[in-house]
Structures are given as structure tokens and as C-alpha cells.
Write a protein that binds this ligand. Structure first.
Ligand code: TRP
Length: 455
């Protein structure tokens, strides 16, 4: 551990840079691909309400916990626990986080590869049919291929590997700062088109009119899992990013801002997609293919559709890329700090590992279509086991650690920037949440959602 302290550490250089990087981690395929399809599969508005509750009561407190630990220790996911509790096995929480990063990246790079491929398909005119069956066919051909999706997955890994090797300030911060605002502007344009489609109303009521009979314990578990995935919490990515944050940032404010902005982006993606789903006779519960089939259809019914469609996938690719940087940074920071590897070596070894594991996810619609783990394809297994199990379990331990191990006095000092901010009430509410609500709520939802206990 001593060596870590001697190392010169990089960090984010400005408040805008911090927000861009943290929001860049949160906003990703989770908003544009996952949020719509999970919402569609779980019945719409009622699911969204449960999701918002999970976000406020569990997601934000865990994000803040991670930022506090990270900024205080200035260390990676494993190192942070070792600094605070050198003699207890809490660092295993960070270790599980490093493992989760690989599992998430395995399927995330698959989907990011599809998105990158779609940029070229859209620009080249391959998606120019207004017939839903034809856009469906384009998607199915891509995902059930071998060479094409693998090529794009490797391409994605090389892009993010290059950015990560450039470093925290010159890589992560510089890239996310430019690209986040662009994403937002394009979403506004698409929403306008989508809202003016004939029949948009049905999609909107699906999104905003709750039907509470649709809520089951499985739905609640999905909402909780999505909250973790969305905010990039439960595995130490926010510990790692927190470690690059300046001592003068207001951390609770930042966590709330990021959660609000992230939710706005998700809802805007929902508004882009659901009116079209209903207007063109698609099913809202299509699953992971939803985005790739509805979005081309929306654009095909508007002037300059090809241009906008290409831009949309460029920006989705950007969002996915910003998110992947935070996932890749977790093992890279761990390997460089705990084992003194160079950034270059750590990045190369990590993307190689992700590429090998990830190919099993990419090929789960072709070569490995019949291979299952606990009844799921590789792709679905990596997705389910991380979002719905590893991240929530990580969240329990992070909350317990901050609430019961690190404790009130330390939390207050870090959260108030050594007494510079007066936020004592907030500190108390936060402590109550991480001591009791977060661990208990997650444990209950997990045990019930996985059918271990029954009501
Ligand atoms: N939040 C990102 C998204 O919504 C995904 C992500 C990035 C993530 N880093 C993470 C998920 C760390 C869990 C943990 O697309």
C-alpha cells in the first residue's frame, strides 16, 4: 500500500470536467437501449415509478458513498478499502467490483459494437426502408453473424483502450466534456419528431400512466438492478472516479444533479422510442432489439431521416463510449496502483481479457446460441448476474461499510469538505439511509426477487 501513496496521481481538472466524466459514466446504453426495453418488458409507467424510488432511496446514497470513499482515500476500488481497513477483508468488495467490470464489459461491448455498426448502416442507406420487417431483418442479420459483430466489438475495445491510455485528464475528461452536450441536443430533436408522429399518444400513456397491477417482485428487482446499472454504482467505478475529484467539490449536490440529469436522458430516450413503437405496431416488450428496430423506423418517416439516423447512432455510440471508459478505468486503476503496472500494460491486458470474455456474449446469437448458464445465454447471464445480483450485493456492502465501519464522524468530515459546507441535516439523512434503508431494502428485494424468500 505504501507505494500507492508515493505515486503521482492524475485527477479531473475542473468542476465541469468532473460532472462531464461522472455524467458520462452514468449516461450510456443504459438510458438509450436498456431503460426503454426494460421499461417496455415490465409494463411501462408503474415500473418507472418503482425505478425512481430505487434511484432516490438506494442509487443516490450508494453513489455518494462511493464518491466519499474514493475522494477520501484517493485510491482505486480495492486500494480504497485497504487504506481504510487494512486488517479486514472489506477490500474483497472492491475485488468483486473489478470482476463485475469484466462481466459488464463483456455484454456492453457487444451492444456498443452493434451501435457502432449501425452508424455505418444508417449512413450507407442500409436502414432506409420504412417497413418494420426490413429493419428487423437488418438487426437479426447483424446479431446472428460471427465476423461482423466480432469485428465491431474489437473496434470498440480499441477505441476505448486508446482513450484510457491517454489518461484521466487528457483522455476521459477531454472526451466526455465535448460529447455530452451534443447528445442532449440530438435527443431533443428526435423527441420532437417522435411526439408529432400520428398515434404518439398511446406511447406516452404507456410511459406516463401507471398500471399498478403490473408490479410484481420480479419487476421491483428489475427496477433496482436498473437503478444500479444506470448510476454506475455497486462495483467501485464511482470510487475510482471519486478518487480523481477535487477536495472542494460538493459531493452530495453532485450525486443528486447527476441522478436528475441521467433520469432526464432516460425519459427523453423513452419519448423517442415508445410513440414509434405504438405508431408502427411494434411490441413494447421486444427486449434488447427494441432500439435497433424502432429508431430507424422513426427516422425513415422524416425528412433528412438518413442524416438524423446516422447522427443518432453516432451519439448513442458516444454515450456508450463515455460509460465504458468508467468501466475500463476500474481494472486499469487497480492494476496500475496495486501492482505498479504501467497504464499501457494494464489497459492492453484488460481489453484483451474483456475481448475474450466478450466474444462469448457476442456469439450468443450464433455459435453459442444453444449454450446456457443457469438457463440463460452468455449475453443474458452476464447482464442478469451483474445488474440484478452483483451490483446490488456490492451496494449492500458499500452502504454497510460507510454506515457502520467508517461511521458518522468520518462521513461528516468528508461530506462537508472538512467543515467548509454546512450540510449536517443532509449528513444525518444520508447516514440513516446507508445504515438501515439501503442494506435492508436491497436484501429484501434480492431475496424475494430471486425466490429465496416468499411473501
Ligand atoms: N451507467 C452506464 C449506462 O447506463 C453503464 C455503466 C458504466 C456502469 N459504468 C458502470 C454500470 C459501472 C455499472 C457499473 O449505460
Amino acid at each position: 500500500m505504501k507505494k500507492v501513496l508515493h505515486q503521482k496521481r492524475e485527477g479531473f481538472s475542473s468542476s465541469i470536467g468532473v460532472i462531464a466524466a461522472v455524467l458520462g459514466s452514468a449516461v450510456g446504453l443504459g438510458n438509450i437501449w436498456k431503460f426503454p426495453y426494460v421499461t417496455g418488458a415490465n409494463g411501462g409507467a408503474a415500473f418507472i415509478l418503482v425505478y425512481l424510488l430505487c434511484l432516490a432511496l438506494v442509487g443516490v446514497p450508494v453513489m455518494l458513498s462511493e464518491h466519499l470513499i474514493g475522494r477520501h482515500t484517493k485510491a482505486n476500488a480495492v486500494g480504497a478499502f485497504k487504506v481504510l481497513q487494512p486488517r479486514r477483508p472489506w477490500y474483497l468488495v472492491g475485488g468483486a467490483g473489478v470482476l463485475s467490470a469484466f462481466l459488464i464489459m463483456a455484454f456492453y461491448t457487444t451492444v456498443a459494437g452493434w451501435v457502432y455498426a449501425y452508424i455505418f448502416k444508417a449512413a450507407g442507406g442500409a436502414l432506409l426502408s420504412a417497413k418494420p420487417e426490413e429493419t428487423t431483418l437488418v438487426f437479426n442479420t447483424l446479431v446472428s453473424g460471427v465476423g461482423e459483430p466480432l469485428f465491431w466489438q474489437i473496434f470498440v475495445l480499441l477505441v476505448i483502450g486508446t482513450i484510457i491510455m491517454a489518461g484521466v485528464t487528457k483522455g476521459i475528461e477531454r472526451v466526455t466534456k465535448v460529447l455530452m452536450p451534443l447528445l442532449f441536443i440530438l435527443l431533443v430533436i428526435i423527441d420532437i419528431r417522435s411526439l408529432t408522429l400520428p398515434g404518439a399518444g398511446e406511447g406516452l400513456s404507456f410511459l406516463f400512466k401507471p398500471d399498478f397491477s403490473k408490479i410484481t417482485i420480479g419487476v421491483i428487482l428489475a427496477a433496482l438492478g436498473l437503478a444500479f446499472f444506470k448510476l454506475s454504482v455497486g462495483m467501485g467505478a464511482m470510487i475510482t472516479y471519486g478518487s480523481y475529484v477535487n477536495k472542494s467539490e460538493n459531493l452530495p449536490k453532485m450525486a443528486i444533479k447527476v441522478a436528475l440529469a441521467d433520469t432526464l436522458v432516460s425519459l427523453m430516450a423513452g419519448i423517442a422510442i415508445f410513440p414509434a413503437v405504438f405508431a408502427f405496431g411494434f411490441k413494447p416488450n421486444a427486449g434488447p432489439s427494441l432500439l435497433f428496430i424502432t429508431i430507424p423506423t422513426v427516422f425513415n418517416s422524416m425528412p433528412f431521416g438518413r442524416v438524423f439516423m446516422s447522427l443518432f447512432f453516432v451519439l448513442t455510440a458516444i454515450a456508450a463510449t463515455g460509460a465504458m471508459l468508467s468501466l475500463l478505468e476500474v481494472p486499469v486503476a487497480y492494476l496500475t496502483e496495486q501492482y505498479q503496472w504501467t497504464r499501457r500494460k494494464a489497459t492492453m491486458v484488460t481489453i484483451l481479457g474483456i475481448g475474450l470474455l466478450g466474444s462469448t456474449a457476442t456469439l450468443s446469437n450464433s455459435l453459442f446460441a444453444k449454450v446456457t448458464v443457469f438457463g440463460k445465454t452468455f449475453f443474458d447471464f452476464y447482464d442478469f448476474s451483474t445488474s440484478n445480483i452483483l451490483l446490488p450485493v456490492g451496494g449492500i456492502f458499500i452502504a454497510l461499510f460507510v454506515g457502520w465501519q467508517w461511521g458518522y464522524v468520518n462521513v461528516k468530515r468528508e461530506m462537508s469538505n472538512e467543515g467548509q459546507l454546512t450540510n449536517d441535516r443532509l449528513v444525518r439523512i444520508f447516514m440513516f439511509l446507508v445504515e438501515y434503508i439501503v442494506p435492508f431494502a436491497i436484501a429484501l428485494v434480492l431475496l424475494a426477487g430471486l425466490n429465496i424468500i416468499h411473501f
